[in-house]
Each structure stands twice: as structure tokens, then as C-alpha cells.
Write a protein that binds this ligand. Structure first.
Ligand SMILES: [Zn+2]
Ligand SMILES: [Zn+2]
Length: 353
């Protein structure tokens, strides 16, 4: 059967579908590979390709026009930590977390939702949950799940880019922020911590050090802003030269106070009604009432190292800077076995750019 120009899109999708996110560099390289593969079969096929920005944007627009019928879009966002542009296939339709339905059981999705809630309600702007508190969530599920099943689900969520695990804490990833923004906006409207510079959701970043100043930013957004302005746009306080000076407040896992006092949060803790949760009285002080102290801002370097192991696939390339969690051997197997089979049903709208 002869190849056609649209085979480029098909090959490209095959390459990106098994990845939680792709950096723009990788995405463009996969596009080029797809073009080469089609031309190798028939170099008379009229394929539009150049390495210009316009050509790339045209390719993405055309791709999305086709994906639109499936309520899926190939969207760009950026990594909150590195600031690098990333892309992901994002579902545009469906309710809540239905898009995970083909990968996870209803019980596993309920568990994931519970963890997302703990991340969104975390005190001290930690935007993360300790693995201890995450595992304790199984006790509050309306379905049965053992701790070891829960551990496996957590490992899988990390391997598939839904959660990030660092220093014993789980937080949101570029993939989950991109896909879950509509879900988060409708379920946690008061927790949508907006970057004062780019307006995106901040789950990893820094905050202005003036007491009561609400300015929160991604570290990379701070750096861009600071290159032109010396002061906080809200309170006009002078800011240090760089995000790592230690003066600014950490926002995200570095802000966690952790320790034995860490407990699960309910919506009531953040002043919202809680329809289906019972307050857990465990006698520990509410961490959110503890006065905040300024902490050191550490800009963490992301050490991505995992390489894909899929064989016989010249489309399969990864860059060193790609951040990926390292799954345990059994998770790799699980991921391997359903590579390419990641189908999701979908969702509506999105909030990240
Ligand atoms: Zn920002
Ligand atoms: Zn300020």
C-alpha cells in the first residue's frame, strides 16, 4: 500500500502516545523522523517539512484538526521546574478523571483523586503529600485496596507521569497539571495558585517574602521577570537577584514541614464544606495554623536518566533532559506491556496555555 502524507501524522502519534509528555525538542525530532520514514518509502510523496517554527506550528495545527474528532489535542505547556516547553496528548472531553479509565480501575482512580486532593489542600503551600499520608488514604476509600496494591498504584502513577515522587513526597507533574487543570479548577477553585507572571498554576515555585503578599511564581518566571524589574509587582518590595538566594518563600515540596504532625487534610480544614468526609480527630496540631517561617529556596536540578527500553524502534529516542520517574522493574514491565495501548476517554477544556 502506498504511503501518504498523513502517514507522517500516524507515525508521529505512534511515537508520542506511549510517553506522558515530550519536550519540544523531542517532539520536533520525532516529527522529522516520521517525515524521513515516509520519504524512505516513497520520496515523491508531498510532505511539508522544514525546521522552521512556522512549519512546526502548521504541523501541530493540522494534527489537532484531525485529533479534534476524537476529542484529543496535542497541546503545549511547560515544565514548572525547568521552564522547558513540553507537549502532551490531552483529552478534551469527559468528566473528571475519566481519561484515566482505560489505564486504571475505578478504585485506582478514586485513590488518585484522593491523593490529588491531599496535594491541593496541603498546608504551608507544600502542594505535595508525604508517601505516608498518601498511603493512609486507602483507609478512607469507599472501595477496598490493600497497602501493597496502593504502593503499586503509586509506582505506576509515577512511572506514567501522573505524579512526581521526590524526597518521599508526591506532587503534580507537567502531565497532570496539563490534563487535570479543568478538573482542578472545578473541584478546587480556591486552591488554584496562580503564577503572578505567567498565570499558570504554581505547584513548584517561589513566593514573595513580604508577609501577606500573595505573589507566587515559577522560579523560571521569576528569573525572566527579575531580569527586567527589581520589585514585586504587587507589593513593590525589592527582590533578590536570583530565586535561589533563600529570601523568597519556597512553594511546593520544599515548603513541606512534614514530620509526625503531617496528617490528611479535608476540605473543612481549608474552610470549605466537606460533603463526604469525616473529620479525622488525631490530636495533632493543624499544620496550617503553625506560623510560617521562611525557608531556603532550593532550585532542584532534575536528573532525568531513565531511557526507554523499547526495542526495534528507531522512533524511540529520548533526551537526557527528559524527566522521567524510574519505575521499579515490575512497573516497567507493566508499562511495557501496555505501551501503545494508552487510550483514554477524555475531558473538556483546559486551562494551561
Ligand atoms: Zn509562571
Ligand atoms: Zn510582594
Amino acid at each position: 500500500m502506498p504511503v501518504q502524507a498523513q502517514d507522517v501524522q500516524r507515525l508521529f502519534l505512534q511515537a508520542v502516545i506511549s510517553r506522558p509528555t515530550v519536550s519540544i525538542t523531542l517532539a520536533k525530532a520525532l516529527w522529522e523522523k516520521s517525515v524521513e520514514a515516509v520519504r524512505a518509502v516513497d520520496n515523491t510523496v508531498n510532505v511539508n517539512y522544514s525546521n522552521s517554527k512556522d512549519a512546526w506550528e502548521t504541523f501541530v495545527i493540522d494534527l489537532n484538526r484531525r485529533l479534534n474528532r476524537l476529542d484529543i489535542q496535542f497541546l503545549s505547556s511547560f515544565d514548572e521546574i525547568t521552564g522547558k516547553e513540553i507537549y502532551a496528548l490531552v483529552n478534551q472531553k469527559g468528566d473528571e478523571l475519566a481519561q484515566m479509565g482505560t489505564e486504571y480501575t475505578a478504585a485506582e482512580i478514586a485513590f488518585f483523586k484522593a491523593i490529588v486532593e491531599q496535594i491541593m489542600l496541603a498546608p504551608n503551600e507544600a502542594w505535595s503529600v508525604s508517601s505516608l499520608v498518601a498511603l493512609r488514604e486507602v483507609a478512607h476509600l469507599k472501595v477496598n485496596m490493600t497497602k501493597s496494591q496502593a504502593e503499586n498504584v503509586l509506582g505506576s502513577l509515577v512511572a506514567k507521569g501522573w505524579l512526581m515522587s521526590r524526597k518521599g513526597r508526591y506532587s503534580l507533574t507537567p502531565r497532570s497539571v496539563l490534563e487535570l487543570t479543568p478538573y482542578l479548577q472545578s473541584n478546587y477553585p480556591n486552591q488554584m495558585n496562580e503564577c503572578g507572571i505567567c498565570m499558570g498554576l504554581v505547584t513548584h515555585g517561589i513566593g514573595c517574602h513580604t508577609p501577606n503578599c500573595k505573589t507566587r511564581m515559577h522560579s523560571v518566571c521569576f528569573t525572566k521577570h527579575r531580569a527586567r524589574y527589581n520589585q514585586c509587582p504587587s507589593c513593590q518590595v525589592d527582590w533578590p537577584n536570583d530565586a535561589t538566594s533563600g529570601t523568597l518563600l519556597p512553594i511546593g515540596p520544599d515548603a513541606a514541614r512534614g514530620g509526625a504532625a503531617e496528617r490528611r487534610m479535608t476540605r473543612r480544614d481549608v474552610g470549605e464544606e466537606d460533603d463526604d468526609e469525616e473529620e479525622v480527630a488525631n490530636g495533632t496540631p493543624d499544620a496550617s495554623q503553625v506560623p510560617k517561617v521562611e525557608g531556603k529556596v532550593k532550585k532542584e536540578k532534575v536528573n532525568g536518566k531513565k531511557k526507554k527500553t523499547k526495542k526495534d524502534d528507531d522512533m524511540d529516542m529520548d533526551e537526557d533532559e527528559e524527566e522521567e520517574a524510574e519505575p521499579t522493574p515490575e512497573e516497567s514491565e507493566a508499562e511495557e506491556s501496555d505501551t501503545g495501548a494508552r487510550r483514554k476517554s477524555t475531558r473538556k477544556g483546559r486551562g494551561t496555555r
